[in-house]
Design a protein around this ligand. Structure first.
Ligand SMILES: [Zn+2]
Length: 134
């Protein structure tokens, strides 16, 4: 689950080799709000990526494309730039987003009593052991 934050920057430029594919290259920078996998609070992750697209007009052309290029299929003569950029950003999202340091003043909700302790499976096991022992 990630929310792309506004203010991202994308620069793209197209070029074409005389006998090569149409190439779109560029840079993208943006930020996304994700959930920290350590403290489960929102964390803003920076996404920096580069774009190396080769525009193809059929599945067949996709096969023959330079390996260094990501194939972007042009459908009905259109490059769905926004879609292609979003796809690119999704690839940049970290699998395990985390704060550099989670101690940002946030502490778990103080709950009354030893709720967290009794929820722990280890605490339950310990309780069972004690029952058997006595
Ligand atoms: Zn965190």
């Amino acid at each position: 689950m990630a929310i792309l934050l506004p203010g991202g920057q994308v620069t793209v430029r197209g070029s074409r080799e005389p006998y090569g594919p149409r190439v779109v290259s560029g840079e993208l920078q943006c930020e996304a709000s994700m959930t920290c996998q350590r403290c489960l609070q929102p964390v803003t992750v920076k996404l920096n990526g580069s774009i190396h697209w080769g525009l193809v007009f059929s599945e067949g052309e996709m096969q023959g494309l330079d390996q260094e290029l990501d194939p972007i299929l042009i459908e009905e003569g259109q490059l769905f730039l926004r879609q292609a950029i979003e796809d690119e950003m999704v690839l940049l999202l970290p699998i395990m987003p985390m704060h550099d340091s989670c101690d940002s003043g946030w502490t778990p909700d103080p709950e009354p009593g030893d709720v967290s302790e009794s929820k722990s499976p280890f605490a339950v096991l310990a309780a069972l052991k004690n029952e058997q022992g006595s």
